[in-house]
Design a protein around this ligand. Sequence first.
Ligand code: XMP
Length: 597
Amino acid sequence: MEKIAVLDSGGQYCHLIARKVRELGVYAEILPLGTTPKKLARYSGVIISGGPSSVFDKASPQPKPSLFGLPIPMLGICYGHQLMAQHLEGKLERGNANEYGRADLRVRHEHPLFLELPLRQRVWMSHGDHVTKLPPGFETLGDTRQCSVAAMGDLRRHYYGLQFHPEVIHTAYGAEILRNFLLRVCRCRMDWHPEDSVVKIFDKIRRTVKGRRVLFFLSGGVDSTVAYALTVKAIGPENVHGVYVDTGFMRLDETREIQEAFSHLGYGRVDVVAARGQFLSGLRDVVDPEKKRQIIGRLFVDVQEQVVEREEFGGHDWILGQGTIYPDRIESGASSNSAVIKTHHNRVDSITKLIEQGRILEPLEDFYKDEVRKLGRVLGLPDALVWRHPFPGPGLAIRCLCTRSTSKVQADAGIDGLAKAAGYRGFLLPIRSVGVQGDSRSYAKLTVLHGGPLDFRSLLPLATAITNKHPQTNRVVLALAPKRWRPGEWTVCRATLTRKRISLLQEADRIVTRFLHGQGLYGRIWQCPVVLVPLSRSGGETIALRPVTSVDGMTAEAAQIPGAKMTELARQLMALNGVDAVLYDLSHKPPSTIEWE
Ligand code: XMP
């Protein structure tokens, strides 16, 4: 199979590129920018991603100097384009005016890269530095009003650079440009169909397992289910032991539903380990979200060790199976330039040790979520499992926000001013949640807007303006119920993880999930985390809804569910005993993450 290497210059851009390339039917792998040319010589082409750095910074990520001598086609995107110019003796200038957003590209050279595409096309830019003088052997293929070298190429060596981002949907013909690069420049066959990989995955499983038994912890989510199903089919149910840990942080009735689903599938025995007490007491008084994740990760491993010690595994050499997928692996630092935003619970220390000992099986480690779903369909898994919304390993524990101190909510003139200009009112809430800003983790306060309708046309730009202008906040919500607030009436209350709070969240989550199914909305969104926020007016708490659309969870947009439907859902949630308010999250990712934590 032909492969394209996507070199990671930092940020999340490389995933978008690799996914796009795979969608176009060519297998792509993400590799560190410093990968040796010797290794890269095995690929049909190299794409160098964009990234947040400037080539003028001393510490900017750099490729091996001999990269730009490789006799294979190469495409630099944004920072990758600039690196190409820098290393091949072109000239660059540090940008004074950043070019950000939409631009009109004028194609100056009818080249196979732009084959059958209009000579003027909309592209998406995000850069400060720019190329001012072409490297020897290159010619300008396209320009924009602000950027004289928006596309360049050395037609003899098949090296190309694009200042704009073909991988984002805002570039009108981005997919076509990438397809032309793959097909006409790299001359790749479009032969990547994830569904065809099943036999290869079976082989890989057998080679990794080497006659040992596999212990699989199942979450009921699509990744672990597909990984488990593949393993059962590869080595037989008698060699796979499925265990489902009931942490108490799952959805209502989830444990029973999962047991039933697996027994219907005939995939051998799946044991349920009841560990509610252990998890809840381990998290008593823990309010920091990262600590929660670390503790949950450790508790999972403790439970896992207890399971292993039990008799049926005594005497058997075993390895651990996991449903880790490609972005999990890259986000946890597999590629050198990606920052750790959150600790993934399948990459805590003890798991890393098992990896070092060669005792981990991760059949899906090279696949994206949409590809995992295709594999699930090939394996004949039911649609309800394959199309399930993602649910994080630590479950509702991270959707139940905790705080150590009680504080009154106060007005904020700056935020209220911005909100008023758009016909709303707004204040800042002393409750923090995780976000991702400039490719790093943020942990900042929440902005609540109220007093106006769920009108996305005014609310979405307002939310962006607020998070851009006020870095102390990374998330903006609209109050669905009550509609008008007096900030002084509300209190952020001390709250930890308790059974009572988790039960309330489970009830709310069930109402939301049923509602989404009932309204035909479930399949139209990526996910809708339901979050419990310790914000109280009359002794209750607040429910926040986080419906998002996304293709891979790496970036996301606030889903635009019509106001009338949300009013009805808010009414149902307000009828729950202990709910004082319902909020609708308007933030994109970035700057917010999908989960609040
Ligand atoms: P964030 O919150 O980082 O989430 O924007 C991106 C996607 O990842 C899911 N997620 C997880 N999935 N284990 C998982 O299997 C985890 O620890 C975890 N944390 C977040 C999240 O639900 C979203 O789909």
